[in-house]
Design a protein around this ligand. Sequence first.
Ligand code: FES
Length: 286
Amino acid sequence: MSSTGSTYGGSSLGAGDTHQATVPDTDVVGIAPVEAEHLVTDTAEDLSVFDAKTVERAQAIIARYPQSRSALLPMLHLVQSVEGRVSQAGIQFCALQLDLTAAEVSAVATFYTMYKRKSCGEHLVSVCTNTLCAVLGGDEIYKKLGEHLGADGKRLGHNETVGEPGQPGSITLEHAECLAACDLGPVIQVNYEFFDNQTPDKAVALVDALRKGEKPAPTRGAPLRDFRTAELELAGFWPEDEIDYRATVDGPSAAVETLRGAKLAEERGWTAPAMPNPPLPEVEKK
Ligand code: FES
């Protein structure tokens, strides 16, 4: 491995290296390389899936920003609320709406893991397998779910779906990097809502309930939605009954464990030292 590579997730990667493990990991399958499907083509895609309502929403997103290109991230979530993924058509839709090239949109869509290349199931189940969750049982949970959701002795892998994507009861499984809830690990997210302090048995019960059409309540935060509705919310659109909806989601989302340090400091009168305030270096004007 080259010593000149950039770092990612604690490993040094050189030009031409990938994040695939060199030695197969029996518990967590390495993130698969990008598939052969290209997101930039010269072919005009059929954009009819993006109906008048979606175009109206796209325009509303663009109107939030002084420059239209700044709207790209929520636009990609809007696309996923329609398609369950970002397809070539989704790339072209964003490019047309934002006056960007397909290459520019593709560069962003393929950079962030929240934008999916393959259609997601009704629910996206993300198992944290980063260091702390992994040692607390995250690897075991991911392995157990893969075996439970797989078929014919084959484990369901990263970004694979059981059931027909988008149809009721379908589930896409992924392993995720730190989900920013290490004090509550091992954690799982379903459509980005938290299920804290998981065990393999609890995780199996959770996906079984999802497959039966149930919507178990997350440990904290908003009630559970399906993946596409969550994507619409990430794009900034709420149900018609916004006041009622806000009343259901405005509950506290912080956990006792998360606030424990701040509470102890408050009780004991501890404060952090003042931040040093050195003068900022001059930056050359471009
Ligand atoms: S390591 Fe799992 S939430 Fe941080």
